[in-house]
Design a protein around this ligand. Structure first.
Ligand code: SF4
Ligand code: SF4
Length: 501
């Protein structure tokens, strides 16, 4: 069938700069460029280009420019380029359109409509360069009461298991299999160096990397890939995955091409077979069922680890979260509509779920109203781009944030959204040995640690500007937030005043 798809990207090569080194030919896993020996020229097949910019970055003479194609279709307010393209693709394939990365639709990003306060005359600001500033965060259920014995000068509390992180930023669930071994190792090493945690996602945890055991959240998803006693007991936190922001209500699918021998060993499935995670956890159909699994995992881990439950941000997230806490969850993780993915049906990613800002505000409010907020920590994910987004989330009620796309971008990802193909020219979302060795775990780790360090410094500056010297004092303190350009109903859900009030 003749394809009616026009190329998405335009490739411009400045011939006066091109030295025919063929770097671009080797760098593109999508076979966009080829060298014509007879004519000593480099030709490009624009229809293969995904706009990942790898060739342009690696070209030694900066001869390449990759930019979105400016198609000559008649402008149509109803039919965007994306609508055309997707329907043409579907007419040719008859299948579901897959995509990778997070939702790129122009839903309101509330972080960009919330501003922070700063001290001026009273309650003076604090200079973080001269005074201590605390970002340390403890995850897990808080003790019911703390008693002080003035005679012996001792504090007594029945402490539930908690995990300390140096910064309120965690590497979110990125499964080995969806991302390469080198990318996964880089995340683990960075988590260790930055004093934070890395989530296994649903892909298991290679045995040789269990040395990072005090830095890992081990996920127990519907496919139960790689889950055994050693896996659970090696982790700091165990997480039950109910839903994911990029694909609420549906399961996961790692194509057989990405199930290499190492991935198959880690996931405990045959090599080359599709790894299918069912949409529901087949043993959970009620809050009581969830409670049974939570306590089964607590039992299996000797009541020594907090148990987290992860859901996608959907309508009624607050009521669902309340049920999760009452079922025994020590941490609730909420993944919003802009949460990333290795592969998801595009129609689901772009249309299902709600922004995490609204879910977070309503969950924190509900748990406070019910007097159970101290029984669980709240982790949020779904489109965090910088330290400003993070500090606003904490003021809105989060204990810490999970970052996924930002971590990939720090490692080199250009959000080309082709993770589901198994071809990632940056060596991140691939199991192809030729491509994955492009990512040096040491360099990737350094970039991740630098990102966390830079964000931590910025968060300290912003905290100091508010006259606060510990992140704990900002948590859920919405008085420090104001809305700009928001409707009254949005301010009400967020629980903040409009700017100027
Ligand atoms: S990488 Fe740049 S210089 Fe080398 S062949 Fe490609 S366009 Fe020419
Ligand atoms: S990880 Fe790779 S394939 Fe996925 S969006 Fe980033 S650059 Fe593209």
């Amino acid at each position: 069938m003749l394809s009616t798809l026009l190329p998405e990207f335009k490739i411009e090569r400045d011939d006066s700069r091109c030295i025919r080194c063929k770097v671009c030919v080797r760098q593109c896993g999508f076979k966009t460029h080829r060298y014509d020996e007879e004519d000593d020229t480099i030709c490009s097949s624009e229809e293969n280009c995904v706009g990942c910019q790898r060739c342009a970055v690696m070209c030694p003479t900066n001869a390449l420019t990759i930019k979105p194609h400016d198609w000559g279709y008649r402008p149509n307010a109803n039919w965007s380029k994306d609508h055309f393209r997707e329907l043409h693709r579907q007419a040719e394939s008859g299948g579901v359109i897959l995509t990778g990365s997070g939702n790129d639709k122009p839903y309101r990003i509330y972080w960009d409509h919330i501003v922070l306060n700063a001290s001026q005359v009273t309650n003076p600001s604090i200079d973080p360069l001269r005074e201590p500033m605390e970002l340390r965060t403890y995850l897990g259920r808080k003790p019911e009461k703390v008693e002080y014995d003035p005679v012996n000068k001792k504090v007594y509390a029945d402490m539930p298991p908690q995990v300390m992180i140096e910064v309120p930023i965690i590497f979110s669930a990125l499964s080995y299999g969806a991302i390469s071994y080198n990318a996964w190792k880089a995340l683990l090493m960075a988590a260790k160096e930055a004093g934070t945690l890395c989530n296994t996602g649903e892909g298991g945890w290679p045995v040789e990397l269990r040395e990072y055991s005090n830095r890992v959240i081990a996920q127990c998803a519907s496919g139960r890939f790689g889950v055994d006693l050693d896996y659970l007991n090696s982790a700091s936190i165990v997480e039950i995955k109910i839903g994911q922001g990029a694909k609420p209500g549906i399961g996961g699918h790692l194509p057989g091409e990405k199930v290499s021998s190492d991935v198959s060993l880690t996931r405990m499935i045959p090599e080359g077979t599709d790894a299918l995670s069912p949409a529901p956890q087949h043993d959970i159909y009620s809050i009581e069922d969830l409670s049974m699994l939570i306590y089964a995992l607590k039992e299996a881990t000797h009541y020594e680890k907090p148990i987290s439950v992860k859901i996608a941000a959907v309508h009624n997230a607050a009521a669902i979260a309340s049920g999760m806490v009452r079922a025994g969850a020590d941490i609730i993780a909420i993944d919003g509509i802009r949460g990333g993915t290795g592969a998801a049906p595009k129609i689901i990613r772009d249309n299902v779920g709600i922004p995490v800002e609204l879910a977070l505000a309503s969950v924190d409010k509900r748990l406070r109203e019910e007097g159970i907020r101290n029984q669980a920590s709240i982790l949020v994910a779904g489109g965090f781009r910088n330290s400003g987004d993070i500090i606003k989330a904490i003021a809105l009620g989060a204990d810490a944030v999970n970052i996924k796309t930002a971590a990939l971008v720090a490692m080199g990802c250009t959000i080309c959204q082709k993770c589901y193909t198994g071809i990632c020219n940056w060596g991140i979302c691939t199991q192809d040995p030729y491509l994955s060795k492009r990512l040096n775990p040491e360099i990737a780790k350094r970039r991740l640690v630098n990102m966390i360090r830079g964000w931590s410094l910025e968060i300290k500056e912003m905290l100091g500007g508010m006259g606060i010297n510990a992140i704990e004092s900002l948590r859920g303190n919405r008085h420090h937030l104001r809305g700009v350009g928001l409707e009254q109903w949005e301010l009400d859900v967020l629980g903040i005043k409009g700017a100027g009030m």
